[in-house]
Design a protein around this ligand. Structure first.
Ligand code: NAD
Ligand code: WQD
Length: 338
């Protein structure tokens, strides 16, 4: 089955391409290289032994996407392509609404036109904001988004649901990712942040590699075990495998109109300091870090209840936080040498 993977040269998309290929799907990458580069294709070749087809296309460009669908005859779409920098989205909201919503609408329209019925969407735990009760289930109410980026995810989920339950026979799943970390164990692919990383693990590995002076831990006065924030850190390869399961569920789904959402997390929360300690132990090194002020807008604590993904998607995590942090460090060492 041929699957269009938009954003397929990006961090999560590239790992998903590997898992699709090994599960017998035929992934085709569609990416405009806004936040990734073509070298990823060599990494994918080194892992899979295959040249994964790649199209440099902007998914907001309807005619270009239509021509691609005309040519490739897809059986399904996994839509990763989006901008994801929370801070930038506050400064440039229209850029985010235009790209993240524009690309989604184009894809759904073209899918309908070509009778492609299976759609998997990259949503985020950001739609829950700071929930009152933990862990969060899929029924935990979504809270008003605190950034335009987060809002694009909530609006996208609504667009997909409305589309599915209108006329077309479209089946779709939104996967709400928690915090993806790590890299492929081969160190052939991983996260490639542009400029100074915003996220914890890429910043931490750059600090460990000497590319940053020190890691600042944003606040230690939260209401958590050690005062630092709690997140559900999931290995990117485990996350990638959830997409294969989602496609398999859609393929086996007899309802013509089907839509559901799934949390994709480990079900376990770890504090920032626990993550640092696990990184030091897993890699046998000492990290230079200090406690700084809170980062405005940070959620205090969140982790997933992943029972629905375990039972309905038949997916579960296989890797530990230590595995993630060993793989993240192996990848950082490789890209630092380049
Ligand atoms: P990424 O930036 O590494 O990958 C996204 C890819 O999409 C990039 O390669 C970029 O070039 C491409 N892209 C962006 N706009 C495009 C367009 N209009 N046309 C074609 N390609 C375009 O990001 P990622 O971390 O792999 O995230 C993938 C998806 O998962 C995104 O939708 C993101 O919002 C979502 N998500 C990410 C996280 C996270 O922490 N990384 C968490 C939750 C959800
Ligand atoms: C994790 C923890 C920081 C950097 C963001 C987006 C969210 C989602 C995932 C896509 C927090 C702390 C971080 C640093 C630190 N993406 N930290 N020092 O905040 O959970 O979520 O990425 O949908 O939408 O907002 O991830 O990795 O930035 O931070 O102490 O230099 O690490 O305060 O507690 P976050 P993160």
């Amino acid at each position: 089955m041929k699957i269009a993977v938009t954003g397929g040269t990006g961090y999560i998309g590239s790992h998903t391409v590997v898992e699709l290929q090994s599960a017998g799907f035929e992934p085709v990458i569609v990416d405009n290289l806004y936040n990734s580069n073509q070298e990823v294709l060599q990494g994918l070749y080194n892992i899979t032994g295959r040249d994964i087809p790649f199209y440099n296309i902007d998914c907001t460009q309807e005619q270009a996407v239509r021509e691609l669908f005309e040519k490739e005859k897809f059986d399904g779409v996994i839509h990763f392509a989006a901008y994801k920098a929370v801070g930038e989205s506050v400064a440039e909201p229209l850029k985010y609404y235009e790209n993240n919503l524009g690309s989604l609408i184009v894809l759904l329209k073209v899918m309908q036109e070509f009778g492609v019925s299976n759609f998997v969407f990259s949503s985020s735990c950001t739609v829950y904001g700071q929930p009152d009760t933990l862990p969060v289930t899929e029924d935990t109410p979504r809270l008003p988004a605190t950034s335009p980026y987060g809002n694009t995810k909530a609006i996208s989920e609504d667009i997909i649901r409305d589309f599915v339950f209108s006329k077309p026979a479209i089946k779709a799943i939104s996967l709400r990712y928690f915090n993806p970390v790590g890299a492929h164990p081969s160190a052939e692919i991983g996260e490639l942040p542009l400029g100074v990383p915003n996220n914890l693990v890429p910043y931490l590995t750059q600090a460990a590699a000497g590319l940053r002076d020190t890691l600042v831990v944003f606040g230690d006065d939260y209401d958590t075990a050690d005062g630092t924030c709690v997140r559900d850190f999931i290995h990117v390869v485990d996350l990638a495998k959830a997409h294969v399961k989602a496609l398999e569920l859609l393929n086996g789904q007899s309802e013509p109109n089907y839509y559901d959402v799934f949390n994709v997390g480990t079900g376990q929360g770890n504090t920032v300091l626990e993550l640092i300690k696990t990184f030091e132990e897993a890699n046998n090194l000492k990290l230079n870090y200090h406690i700084g002020p809170r980062r405005p807008g940070d959620v205090e604590k969140i982790w997933a209840q992943s029972d629905k993904a375990n039972t309905v998607l038949k997916w579960k995590t296989e890797k530990t936080l230590a595995d993630s942090l060993r793989d993240a460090w192996r990848w950082q060492q490789k890209i630092t040498k380049k």
